[in-house]
Write a protein that binds this ligand. Structure first.
Ligand code: C2E
Ligand code: CA
Ligand code: CA
Length: 746
């Protein structure tokens, strides 16, 4: 066979498929696990491997979709030959955590692992690949049928070899680890000289040998004149470095190399061995090593394993440099990405320059911009922002794209003053000839006091950024140590909250609302409660932000909605229901794509009439993104659901804007009701009531704690009230008593 063949992938498969037995005698199968959260990947993989046999055996697939499921399923499995493992599943690290589970906890050393990832940026750490003996690494779009077959065949072959050659298992282990140690040595040179040392060490002989590969510029040569050069040499062959093999004077070395490179198989003689490694594309490798004695057959077999592993490494070498490029550069904006940013911070930490800072800039409401104006527009906006940063920040600031709409800046603190950053966003951005004003939230951390890994300060900067986003968009937050501590406490609380939700330790209480003039019972507000394991009530203000932060609010909120609707229906059936049931909706819920669908579903499942449901949405929601808010609200209105603006007066509603919104009610925040009998007086409550009147909206005051609050509010024309003076939040039974006793009084 000639080495002009430019595709040894092809060869590999043909050879393997060729030895499928004609009779479908069902041999034992190879168990292949597909671990991936994307159903499509399962389907395409199975489809691509349909009817395929590898090394005379059919394939049998095991499918899992998450880390947890995989742990469960694998615990009951044995003899899985190859795992095709998705790097990023529920979390960024789910895949690598599984690898550690497989290698360390299950102790499966023989199973071959092929990592797959959708995003090249998620290239795992080099150490992880080496330490966990990962066979291969592919991005998902490389998974064409042919490549899949090649990888799988190599992996299965490797698996079988490990399994069958049990003599000298330890030696084998050494081979596997030593070959994976090469994977990320940079550059072919280092790789090559490593190979010689390693082969020699494996066979217990001195490193006397050389390694040849096809010359760099062979592409320009006539195919018939392929040039192979010595790319590494050791011992008394050292002087042959860079020599074309045809010029090697020692004929037995020259012939051996030629033989191996043409025949693509190893050659063992009494005094030497010449090994063959299949490289990617048209770049095969051969290594010649002197042997003072003949190798046993078992050692020859071991070396073959070594070579096939190195073949993969060799592929990885070019793959890795490709990945590195992807891994360190954001492809859309041609900016360094998160990994590179972390590296850069690490460098800054190592240099220990005084006064360095990291700032993270997040474009407010970018998700909505994308939703409403489309991804193309979103991309253009990101480009415009990147261009502005590049232009204004100058060379002394290192800047990178951290994720979607988050940019990272690293540099001297004088250059990263809040005012400087604010200035960057004062002028609107021009997108397709129209101006688009953008606000941004910023999280900052000073590098003083950190050492080592750049990931730490970055994590803290994002904690500060989250703060800005939660408390006040468009603001700056400097990370402080206490935030870190708080975050850890939050993490514990979060775990407990998740457990509480699962254990149904969350429940609702209902607080009545009444007409201030007639005293008529008009509405209820559903308020969530959490009694923890110790019986202590945790206030919603402590855990709702946490649930928002973790996304639990989505399922939590849906549950609140249904529970409140069911309760309302029960009251209606008992003939004691007020006009409406108010349910609080958090910003995060409101933003979720399917929010309308969830409301519809709750109404449908419970049979509650839409007009009996009132959603309380805080003022900050209305401000967060005008366009999205308006469309969502109109849809809710079409459903027939009522809308109240909660905590009115604490946000920054633009009045002109409020005018346009399809809202039914303003809720005066209890802070303003509370100050009615203080020196601050009823001024703001009065203003809001006036405003409501002008806009033709109903007005309700919350936090009515004393008679004077009630009387003052009534006098100013506020329609309704809610508060401890009228009724505390109550459990369903107590509420029924409350309703009954009022009915008895009138
Ligand atoms: P909010 O929507 O402003 O709810 C009114 C809060 O005022 C409730 O606190 C209620 O117990 C309290 N309150 C009622 N009357 C009085 C009074 O006369 N004086 C005083 N000082 N307070 C009074 P709670 O139940 O602690 O809820 C706090 C916040 O947690 C709520 O504020 C709301 O934003 C949020 N929340 C509660 N339940 C839910 C829920 O199911 N979903 C969502 N997303 N948020 C909720
Ligand atoms: Ca409320
Ligand atoms: Ca409120």
């Amino acid at each position: 066979m000639s080495i002009e063949q430019d595709d040894d992938d092809e060869l590999f498969i043909v050879e393997d498929l060729a030895d499928i037995p004609e009779t479908g005698k069902l041999a034992r199968s190879w168990k292949i696990a597909i671990v991936d959260d994307d159903e499509d990947v399962h389907r395409t993989t199975c489809f691509a491997l349909q009817y395929v046999q590898i090394l005379n055996r059919p394939l049998e697939f095991i499918h899992t979709y998450s880390k947890e499921e995989t742990r469960r399923v694998f615990a009951g499995e044995t003899d899985i030959a190859v795992i095709l493992l998705d790097v990023v599943m529920e979390t960024e690290h789910a895949g690598l955590e599984l690898v550690s589970f497989i290698r360390d906890e299950l102790g499966w050393r023989d199973t071959r692992i092929i990592l797959r990832t959708g995003q090249p940026g998620y290239a795992p750490e080099e150490e992880a690949i080496r330490d966990y003996d990962i066979n291969d690494y592919k991005t998902k779009n490389e998974l064409t049928r042919k490549k899949l077959l090649t990888s799988l065949t190599a992996a299965i072959r490797s698996y079988e070899q490990i399994r069958t050659i049990d003599a000298s298992r330890r030696g084998l282990h050494q081979i596997i680890t030593s070959s994976s140690a090469f994977t990320f040595e940079h550059g072919i040179q280092t790789f090559a000289s490593g190979v010689i040392t390693q082969i020699a060490a494996l066979c217990g002989v001195p490193p006397e040998g050389l390694l040849c590969a096809q010359g760099e510029f062979s592409d320009f040569d006539e195919v018939t004149h392929q040039v192979f050069n010595v790319i590494a040499s050791a011992g008394h062959y050292s002087n042959l470095m860079n020599c074309p093999i045809d010029e090697i004077i020692d004929s037995k070395v020259r012939e051996a190399l030629r033989h191996v490179l043409t025949k693509r198989e190893p050659l063992f003689t009494d005094h030497s061995m010449t090994l063959y490694f299949s490289g990617r594309g048209n770049r095969p490798l051969a290594a010649y090593v002197d042997l003072p004695f003949q190798l046993s057959e078992i050692n020859q077999n071991l070396l073959e394993v070594f070579c096939s592993n190195l073949g993969v490494c060799l592929d990885n070498l070019s793959l890795v440099s490709q990945l590195k490029n992807h891994a360190y550069r954001d492809q859309l904006l041609k900016l360094p990405n998160r990994l590179k940013f972390i590296d850069q911070i690490s460098l800054a930490l190592a240099e220990n320059i005084h006064g360095q800072m990291v700032a993270l800039i997040d474009i407010d409401d970018f998700a909505e911009i994308n939703d409403v104006l489309g991804h193309r527009y979103g991309d253009l906006l990101l480009k415009a922002v990147a261009d502005r940063l590049r232009e204004r920040l100058g060379k002394n600031i290192f800047f990178a794209r951290i994720s979607g709409d988050v940019f990272g800046l690293l540099g001297d603190q004088h250059l990263l003053e809040p005012e400087t950053l604010r200035q960057l966003f004062v002028d609107p951005f021009t997108i397709e000839e129209t101006a688009h004003a953008v606000s941004m939230s910023v999280g900052i951390v000073a590098l003083e006091g950190y050492d080592g890994d750049g990931a730490e300060p970055l994590k803290d900067a994002s904690i500060a950024l989250k703060r800005s986003k939660i408390h006040q968009r468009g603001s700056y937050t400097l990370f402080t140590r206490s935030m870190g501590i708080e975050i850890r406490e939050r993490a514990t609380l979060m775990q407990h909250l998740h457990r509480a939700f699962d254990a149904e330790r969350l429940f609702l209480m209902y607080q009545p609302q009444i007409d201030l003039v007639s005293g008529q019972f008009t509405g209820l507000e559903a308020l969530i409660r959490w009694r923890n394991d110790d019986g202590v009530l945790i206030p919603p203000n402590d855990f709702i932000p946490l649930a928002e932060y973790s996304g639990l609010i989505i399922s939590l909120g849906a549950w609140v909605l249904r529970t409140a609707c069911f309760m309302m229906v029960r009251l209606q059936k008992a003939g004691i229901a007020p006009e409406r049931m108010g349910v609080n909706v958090s910003v995060v819920q409101f933003r979720q794509d399917d929010f309308i669908g969830i409301v519809e579903q709750a109404l449908q499942d419970t049979g509650l009439h839409p007009s009996s449901l009132e959603l309380e949405i805080t003022e900050s929601v209305t401000m967060s993104s005008a366009a999205m808010f308006e469309t969502r609200l109109s849809k809710l209105k079409t459903l027939g659901v009522k809308i109240a603006i909660d905590d009115f007066g604490t946000g920054f509603s633009s009045l002109s804007y409020l005018d346009k919104l399809p809202v039914d009610r303003l809720k005066i925040d209890r802070a303003f009701v509370n100050q009615i009998d203080t020196p601050e007086g009823p001024r703001i409550a009065e203003l809001i009531t006036q405003l409501g009147k002008k806009l033709g909206l109903q007005v309700i005051a919350e936090g009515v704690e004393h008679e004077i609050h009630w009387k003052t509010l009534e006098a100013m024309g506020c329609h309704e009230g809610q508060g401890f003076y009228i009724g505390r939040p109550m459990l369903e039974d107590n509420l029924r008593d409350w309703i009954a006793s009022r009915a008895a009084r009138t």
